[in-house]
Design a protein around this ligand. Structure first.
Ligand code: CA2
Length: 146
């Protein structure tokens, strides 16, 4: 099982700013936890972050034939990006949407996810644990076909 875990804009700042919203854990620390859990689950994980929408679109497109599942924290692009939504819809690789925070308990503009309808599910609101829960979902993604 090969999992592509993508992180969107500003997530490189985790643990450095807005500690009251996103906590003290850095993205590198999340990656280390993800790698440890993936090893236990016998899954291979590629972990990437980009601040550029086009780079995220390219990575999603390139996942076809290389990865079994995409786990995506699209960050602010969740709420704005038709390009990411179209890439997910086109790629044919099951994609799991994740967020650290509960976007529905925050500002109104965060309540809408443009990517949710083309993802197989959402995991949100559990802080860094959202990433670990998503790994569990990813390795079982074919066990619950629609
Ligand atoms: O809760 C999440 O995981 C989000 O995807 C995080 C995004 C936000 O735009 C989404 O609505 C929900 C923001 C990521 C930016 O993270 C920062 C971390 C530290 C300082 C500033 C931003």
């Amino acid at each position: 099982m090969k999992i592509l875990l993508l992180n969107g804009p500003n997530l490189n700042l985790l643990g450095q700013r807005e500690l009251e919203v996103y906590g003290r854990t850095t993205l590198a620390q999340i990656e280390a936890k993800v790698r440890a859990r993936a090893k236990k689950l016998k899954a291979a994980v590629e972990f990437r972050q980009s601040n550029q929408e086009g780079e995220l679109v390219a990575w999603i497109q390139e996942a076809r034939g290389k990865f079994d599942v995409i786990v995506l924290n699209a960050a602010a692009y969740t709420h704005t990006s038709v390009a990411l939504r179209d890439a997910i819809a086109a790629v044919g690789v099951p994609t799991i949407e994740i967020h650290l925070s509960n976007i529905h308990a925050r500002e109104e503009f965060r309540h809408k996810s443009l990517i949710a309808p083309v993802c197989c599910g959402q995991i949100l609101g559990f802080g860094p644990n959202s990433y670990l829960l998503a790994l569990e979902a990813a390795v079982n993604v074919n066990a619950n076909p629609k």
